[in-house]
Design a protein around this ligand. Structure first.
Ligand code: DX5
Ligand code: ZN
Length: 219
């Protein structure tokens, strides 16, 4: 059976009780923490930055999967490595020299991820896929939690899976945005390896149970 990883997005957590929500994820069946960094330029919203990641890093016992929705991410690669980030994902649309950026992330000992906006075609990764540890397929337009899942994502995941197999690349497929119990299984069947879920997890009555259910659904 395929083991799909679940990565709760801290964007939907209770920031006034962050340690409580970090512990909840630590004790749950979740696999990673998903941290959304927004700069108000690449996306029309500002989330949180270094001091919050530092605080999360102190308590988290699972890998930190950090999604940078910022322009010119190269400026902060060393800083994120120093904060204990494991996966550092940059946006394809924000990188002029993507190959160089990926090498710089790996040189700092982190796994390198590339996120694609809903309009960005999978084929654009044909020449870099072998250098990418994770592709984050955005299933909403980045910037906000709680948005509606874009149905075209399924065919993008199938295309990406084909590209990975064709190139024999080690890349994981992550889906980010609008993930619920309604689309989790189909996404896993299309080839997804990691599901990010924010509002569906933290907006539920029992987040640990919701994480467990998502995990079971994708088996
Ligand atoms: C959106 C972020 C997502 C977001 C997902 O820009 O990248 O990670 O937190 O939230 P939900 O699961 O509520 O769509
Ligand atoms: Zn994200």
């Amino acid at each position: 059976m395929k083991d799909v990883r679940i990565a709760p997005s801290i964007l939907a957590a209770d920031f006034a009780n962050l340690q409580q929500d970090i512990d909840l994820v630590n004790q749950s069946q979740a696999d990673w923490f998903h941290l959304d960094i927004m700069d108000g330029v690449f996306v029309p919203n500002i989330s949180f930055g270094m001091p919050v990641i530092k605080a999360i890093s102190k308590h988290a016992t699972k890998p930190l999967d950090t999604h940078l929705m910022i322009v010119d991410p190269d400026r902060y690669i060393k800083t994120f490595a120093g904060l204990g980030v494991n996966y550092l994902t940059v946006h394809y649309e924000a990188c002029t020299h993507l190959h160089r950026t990926l090498q710089a992330i790996k040189a700092e000992g982190m796994k390198a991820g590339v996120a694609l906006n809903p309009h960005t075609n999978i084929a654009l990764l044909e020449d870099t896929i072998q250098d990418i540890d994770l592709v984050c397929v955005m299933s909403v337009n980045p910037g906000f939690g709680g948005q509606k899942f874009i149905e075209n994502t399924y065919s993008k995941v199938v295309n990406l899976k084909n590209l990975i197999l064709q190139k024999n690349a080690p890349t994981l497929i992550e889906i980010d945005g609008g993930v619920t119990d309604q689309n989790a299984k189909k996404l896993a069947d299309c080839g997804a390896d990691v599901l990010v879920a924010g509002s569906f997890v933290f907006g539920s009555k029992n987040p640990a149970e919701t994480i467990k259910n998502l995990k079971e659904l994708t088996h």
